[in-house]
Design a protein around this ligand. Structure first.
Ligand code: ARG
Length: 586
């Protein structure tokens, strides 16, 4: 399957060469969806961009291109408008054939990248020994979605959780472990510490109450980094407990399986990073710390900003481990694309480590490292979402509350409809709807902007929400139930016939699925997919309002059922790429 845009691009290239010679081979035809359906479906703005190069008025250029443009199998005869826009309207016969071609294709016409590439998505990376909170929602949800889309597009994807497992908060927990559960360190390692939450709260209480305990905590950090065996054992217990607790959150959110490869993993490689930077002459001593002076970053006084890569006491920091990770990801993992869906507040950090990585020659031109910055989740007051006690809301509370809200909505609806459903149905439906609502609300916003978190809005049945999309799927599926139709067995040799305006609109939208995914491959903006699915279900509704399906005469009846089937499949596949499962009934 060829995407329509790719097909048109190649036809334009041929026309450029035929009209103006080989030097125009490879020029981008600047094809965009038409701004207004009355101009057709696509528009090329290339003529305007070639006026200088060709020394001709744009309209003449456009006309010369159109003369050579062979798209008779795809479009109605192209027209030139205004100063030199080339307008293209897709032929109905082309649309019909394309739909027919994807009817039995599980990929719905979406090609894989060729050749395949190795990608790493770095998410979500909570700091061990602390509970996951609202700040981890976006990296989890958006990271998972980006990984799913890249995977579907043919990347070999490694999902890595770069957990913060090497820093200072450990001291407190290790010290507490020694005090409250010393047996954990003396052989009995089947100890059940319960939830990290409880454990953490108790440790924190000790820490806040007792100065001597604070001192012990500080000492534990020093011992840990010095490699003291007993401390390392305690550290390991805390990490395991923490990873187990986080895993429950990952499962509840329905994330794809992740590889935990925390900061500590890079410990053996840190000295090598420093040596290499030294060998390259990039290292400068500044107040005893080893630094790299950054280009394009200055401090308040306008002097070049140093990035500390080894502290004066010999310790390493967040930047050091990330630099080691860059080297490892290029050399050992052989990644060609590394994506970091991390909060926008870390924009400088990533710009800095990528700069060092490039200058050191670790990040070469054929490897792409991208930070995809994420905005914050805000409360109704427009400030970062906080719990009543003023701390960041626990992720677990956030998720459980969404499920509770979804359950209340569902039970109210069942009561109003006088419907009886099993407890199992209610629990499953509430869980899927609640979690999906949170995810969809997050994904449907441009990832770079902040958004206001509202259970009511995300659970609304109308608007660009998960419940709306889940319903849309159930409704389309309902048609097959109502007519006792097996979508899978829909006549392979029955043609698709598009006669009504709403059918054509729906058909064109269905065929743009691959273009949306290609665009996300470029800019990694999942909200494009939400918008696409939302419009798809609106266009489906308009079609369904206008066109009888089960009551239609053949061949329209089967053709329209094929449109229903393709809509359901596109919604299901699209939602699965967002990390959202469908419900067969709601
Ligand atoms: N642990 C960090 C935090 O909570 C996020 C890590 C992101 N990934 C990375 N490779 N730096 O802020």
């Amino acid at each position: 399957m060829n995407s329509t845009i790719a097909l048109l691009k190649s036809r334009f290239e041929q026309a450029f060469v035929a009209a103006f010679g080989a030097e125009l081979a490879g020029v981008d035809p600047i094809l965009v969806p038409a701004s207004n359906p009355k101009f057709g479906d696509y528009q090329s703005n290339v003529a305007m961009s070639l006026t200088k190069k060709l020394g001709k008025p744009p309209r003449a250029i456009a006309e010369a291109i159109v003369q050579q443009l062979d798209v008779v199998d795809v479009c109605e005869p192209p027209t030139v408008a205004g100063p030199g826009f080339i307008n293209l309207a897709l032929k109905t016969s082309y649309l019909e054939a394309q739909l027919k071609a994807i009817q039995s294709d599980p990929r719905l016409g979406v090609a894989k990248i060729d050749p395949p590439k190795r990608a790493i998505v770095d998410y979500p990376s909570p700091n061990i020994a602390k509970e996951m909170h609202v700040g981890h929602l976006r990296p989890s949800v958006i990271g998972d979605c980006i990984a799913r889309i890249l995977d579907f597009l043919g990347y070999e994807v490694l999902r890595i959780s770069h957990v913060g497992d090497w820093g200072t908060p450990f001291g407190m927990l290790i010290a507490y472990l020694r005090e409250a559960f010393p047996e954990a360190l003396t052989g009995r390692n089947d100890l059940d510490l319960g939830d990290l939450a409880t454990f953490y709260r108790q440790a924190k209480k000790r820490f806040d109450e007792d100065e001597q305990f604070q001192e012990k905590a500080r000492l534990s950090v020093v011992e840990l980094q010095a490699g003291d065996e007993e401390t390392l054992r305690a550290w390991k217990i805390v990490c395991d407990l923490s990873n187990r607790t986080n895993q429950k959150m990952f499962d509840l959110m329905g994330l794809s399986p992740l590889t935990i490869r925390g900061e500590s993993f890079y410990n053996p490689y840190l000295a090598g990073v420093i040596q290499e930077l030294d060998r390259l002459g990039m290292l400068v001593e500044d107040n005893g710390a080893k630094c790299v002076f950054l280009e394009g970053f200055t401090n308040k006084e306008g002097n070049p900003l140093p990035l500390i890569v080894q502290k004066s006491d010999g310790g390493y920091n967040y930047a050091s481990t990330d630099l080691a990770a860059i080297r490892y990801r290029v050399n050992v993992d052989q990644a060609q694309r590394v994506v970091y869906p991390v909060g926008a507040e870390q924009t400088n950090h990533f710009a800095q480590i990528f700069q060092v990585g490039k200058r050191a020659g670790w990040i070469t031109d054929d490897v792409e490292f991208v930070h995809t910055p994420l905005g914050s989740v805000l409360g109704e007051d427009g400030k970062k979402l906080k719990s009543r006690s003023g701390e960041a809301v626990r992720l677990q509370d956030l998720l459980e509350e969404a499920i509770a809200h979804a359950r209340a909505d569902l039970e109210a609806r069942l009561a109003a409809e006088g419907r009886q459903e099993s407890q199992e149905f209610i629990a499953h439906s509430a869980q899927v709807t609640g979690i999906s609502a949170i995810k969809y609300a997050d994904l449907s916003q441009n990832r770079t902007s902040n958004y206001i978190f509202s259970y009511d809005k995300m659970l609304a049945l109308q608007g660009n929400t998960a419940p709306y999309m889940l319903y849309a799927y159930v409704r389309v599926q309902g048609i097959s139930r109502k007519g006792d139709i097996d979508f899978e067995a829909l006549g392979a040799d029955c043609p698709v016939v598009l006669t009504e305006e709403t059918e054509l609109t729906l058909a064109k939208h269905l065929l743009q699925f691959d273009e949306i995914l290609m665009a996300i491959d470029e800019d990694l903006l999942p909200n494009r997919l939400c918008q696409y699915l939302f419009e798809l279900s609106q266009k489906f509704n308009q079609f369904y309002d206008r066109c009888p399906v089960l009551q239609a005469e053949e061949p329209l009846r089967t053709s329209r059922l094929i449109l229903c089937d393709l809509t359901a499949k596109t919604i299901k596949l699209g939602l699965s790429l967002l990390g959202i499962p469908v419900l067969e009934r709601m």
